[in-house]
Design a protein around this ligand. Structure first.
Ligand SMILES: O=C(O)c1ccccc1NCC(=O)[C@H](O)[C@H](O)COP(=O)(O)O
Length: 210
């Protein structure tokens, strides 16, 4: 069965509709001001409503305060909250207890040691999203990690891969890692923050043929 696909960093109704039309299972909305994909909470709530019942919606936060996290969750009511900073397992566990959303933790996969360190999130997160290590931004950088690090790894909880995926390399990424979920942002853009519908369609077609 082909993996689940999350198209991340959507910011317009048109791109949300295109992701749904072309077969995405998840979309991501980034609420993080330094990102070129940042959407304010009112926009995120409107996009979330548009996608409701059609795809799962993940809201992304990066080291947000307790107050902002509460406000974001109450306003957007996402299916998933994706923490993309250095949030602690304790914080994730607390959020998970308080809200009905799934909790995902993104982790920059630097080396084999990361796979041991990630164990601290088991029991606190519903899914681990392995991404490239942070650069100027913690995500959405268009860079990939060494997929061979995941070869043969026994995952204790649900997981997925992100980072530098494109319509051209997604087949190889899935073959090498066996990922049950793939996540893309820059690889389906014409410029930072501008999604390209043809690239989105090509990415989803490439995944469907795996
Ligand atoms: O997309 C962003 O701008 C972003 C900024 C800060 C934290 C996370 C961000 N994106 C998170 C994602 O889930 C991306 O899809 C993931 O990092 C992969 O990005 P890319 O390498 O551009 O495909």
């Amino acid at each position: 069965m082909p993996p689940l696909v999350k198209i991340c960093g959507l910011s317009t109704p048109e791109t949300v509709d295109a992701a749904i039309r072309h077969g995405a299972t998840h979309i991501g909305l980034v609420h993080y001001e330094p990102s070129p994909r940042h959407v304010d909470l009112a926009t995120a709530a409107a996009l979330r409503k548009r996608a409701e019942g059609k795809v799962k919606v993940a809201l992304l936060l990066v080291n947000a305060s307790q107050q902002l996290t509460g406000q974001a969750l109450a306003t957007v009511r996402p299916d998933i909250i994706q923490f993309h900073g250095s949030e602690t397992p304790e914080w994730l566990a607390r959020v998970r207890q308080l809200v009905p959303a799934e909790v995902w933790k993104a982790v920059g996969l630097k080396d084999a040691g990361t796979l041991d360190r990630v164990a601290k999130y088991h029991g606190a997160a519903d899914r681990i999203l392995f991404d490239a290590p942070a650069q100027a931004l913690p995500g959405g950088t268009g860079t990939r990690f060494d997929w061979s690090l995941l070869r043969g790894h026994r995952h204790a909880i649900d997981w997925g891969i992100a980072g530098g995926l494109t319509p051209d390399n997604i087949g190889q990424a899935i073959a090498e890692t066996g990922a049950p979920l793939v996540d893309v942002s820059s690889g389906v853009e014409s410029a930072p923050g501008i999604k390209d519908m043809d690239k989105m369609a090509a990415f989803l077609k490439a995944v469907a043929s795996c």
